[in-house]
Design a binder for this molecule. Sequence first.
Ligand code: HEM
Length: 130
Amino acid sequence: MKFCDLNTNCETLNLSREQVADAFGDYWVNNYSQKVYGHLYKIHKNAKDFLMAMDKVHYDLTKKMENARPPRFEYEQIDDKTLIMHYKSQRGMIDFMIGLIKGVGKFYNENLEVEKLSEDKVKIVFKGKI
Ligand code: HEM
């Protein structure tokens, strides 16, 4: 049996890497992390505030984890509704980042347009409550 790696499609499930990443992101944000990190969602009132906190959350949370190499994010605010997140990691998991961002949009009942601009840049347009 073959599992998805980062460069091939998932032959077992016959899904693309993007589809697997979206399914993972939805499950991780809306199920698993609600049980473990629910408090972090409660203190932020919308998807943008939550995403803006993610660099610090990853940095702070992994400080004491041995061998952790958290992704780092830099933020470029284009206007009130448009944010570019710069992704800094050796792991090349930007498709998973995108899946997680979509999961965050769903959690806050917001319509997000999420577009990969390059392997280290994602544009997010916040289009309001669903
Ligand atoms: C409650 C919220 C979150 C927590 C507590 C959290 C925590 C973590 C932790 C502990 C890791 C492993 C780091 C390591 O092994 O060094 C990780 C990996 C990752 N996180 Fe999060 N995360 C959260 C939400 C998000 C969101 C919303 C995004 C998207 C913007 C995201 C993007 C990623 C990515 C892409 C990785 C894979 C590792 C890499 O790219 O280098 N996370 N996260």
